[in-house]
Design a protein around this ligand. Structure first.
Ligand code: GLY
Ligand code: MN
Ligand code: MN
Length: 437
């Protein structure tokens, strides 16, 4: 059996067992529907139901459905309208076709007739996807049983995610080259898209393309058309998508000249810390420990670089590192950039708490083989948080003149996509993709 067939058979088994445990006889999954701006006929970008693309590499297919029943092939009700305003989904092709029972419809409402099954139905989908007699009920118990194991990827999924890293890596280098040539954020963004072979529509999340102080805005959402008078630093958080699976990659750059020497020292220290954190991704490790390890490493860097003259322990006790690294170390990655289930203690839906004082951590699980996580430590000079630090007792231990000089560079984040292995060190899909260039 090839990896896609194995993936499907694992999903089928998982679904049958989850249905039996919850007392359901069949599962329907809606691909989703297009949504429109208020009082307008402009559609928002279609976002498929992740449960649907878990089974099928179909991401631009609104109004389609999956019917899953124990002992039956998946039934795909495939919506292919006769539409001359838009390009409809192409005729079904690809490996998935031979693994399913395929029904093609040209009117969305015709799906209902093909979604009938005896007994109790679980229906996963957004409320707006409802058809006559087919109303999503999204049973929590069933969703928990499906969400918990989704953290561990099949070999098929890992292949898509490796390809998503391979697609993004050359685009990151094109973006870096554009920065080095003095381009604006908007120009860098376009260089990235061209090299990735993506348009904005294809990205797994909006690119973060930041120059100078903008690097201190964690989710900086604009791309300035203006070239800055002086382009000191560049942070790019940008991924790619392959068959509905995401990569999520961040790099930080400077021109590496005398003007950036202090910041470059920080950048080199963060690079070492990030690689050490990646190496902590091992089966049985609690991800919360990696997050706390990040804070200890950041404290050591702040001390070593002379930014904060306090011991690691004192910085942690007074929460100084949270000023400079105010987000989580990473998250689950897969069909969604922030993949579902990061806080689940088990498949019952019980939650694992975040460590006290770390409200933005998105992953509190113990690592298992096949899990894909990001490792993305950062160190930023964020004016609003620095004001808090100035007002705290720790202020006396901060070299504020140095902070001011470094603030012009905004900040650093370095992010890789990492697979936990059954034994030994992790697979770093992102570094592997860069190394292959
Ligand atoms: N690109 C969003 C994140 O890194 O979580
Ligand atoms: Mn991320
Ligand atoms: Mn990211």
């Amino acid at each position: 059996m090839n990896i896609y067939a194995l993936h499907l058979s694992q999903l089928q088994q998982r679904t049958e067992s989850a249905l039996a445990r919850c007392g359901f006889d069949a599962l329907l999954i809606a691909s989703g529907i297009e949504k429109y701006a208020f009082l307008d006929d402009r559609p928002y970008l279609f976002q498929p139901n992740p449960h649907f693309k878990h089974w099928l590499p179909l991401v631009n297919h609104p109004n389609s459905w999956l019917l899953l029943r124990p002992g039956h092939k998946p039934r795909v009700v495939y919506y292919q309208p006769d539409d001359y305003w838009h390009v409809p989904p192409s005729s079904p092709t690809g490996e998935w076709v031979e693994h399913v029972e395929l029904i093609v419809i040209s009117r969305a409402e015709d799906a209902a007739a093909h979604l009938k099954a005896p007994g109790r139905l679980a229906i996963i989908g957004e409320a707006d996807a409802a058809l006559d007699g087919v109303v999503p009920n999204n049973p929590t118990e069933l969703l928990n049983l499906l969400h918990y194991p989704r953290a561990c990827k099949s070999e098929y999924e890992l292949e898509q995610m490796r390809a998503a890293s391979r697609r993004a890596a050359p685009a990151h280098l094109a973006a870096r080259d554009a920065f080095l040539a003095g381009a604006s954020e908007a120009e860098i963004h376009r260089a990235y898209l061209i090299a990735a072979g993506h348009t904005d529509r294809d990205l797994p999340y909006g690119n973060i393309v930041a120059l100078n102080e903008h690097c201190a805005v964690l989710h900086y959402q604009y791309q300035d058309e203006q070239r800055p008078a002086e382009s000191l630093s560049f942070l790019i958080d940008a991924g790619a998508q392959v068959n509905g699976y995401a990569s999520d990659i961040t790099r930080a750059w400077t021109h590496g000249n005398a003007a950036s020497a202090e910041f470059d020292a920080l950048l080199a220290a963060m690079e070492s810390a990030q690689l050490a954190l990646v190496d902590e991704v091992r089966a049985g490790v609690d991800y919360r420990e990696i997050h706390l390890s990040t804070h200890r490493r950041i404290a050591a860097i702040l001390q070593a670089q002379g930014i904060v003259k306090m011991s690691v322990e004192a910085q942690i006790a007074e929460r100084v590192t949270s000023i400079f690294m105010p987000h989580g170390t990473g998250h689950l990655l897969g069909l969604q950039v922030h993949d579902v289930g990061g806080f689940m203690a088990d498949e019952s839906g019980a939650l694992s708490p975040k460590p006290e004082g770390h409200p933005y951590l998105r992953l509190t699980r113990t690592l298992q083989p096949g899990m894909v996580v990001t490792i993305e430590p950062g160190l930023y000079f964020i004016p609003t948080l620095l004001r808090q630090l100035r007002a705290s007792p720790a202020s006396a231990s901060v070299d504020w003149a140095l902070v001011e000089r470094l603030s012009r560079f905004g900040g650093i984040r370095i992010e890789d996509d990492v697979v936990c292995r059954a034994e030994g060190g992790p697979e770093n899909m992102t570094r592997d993709a860069f190394a292959a260039l």
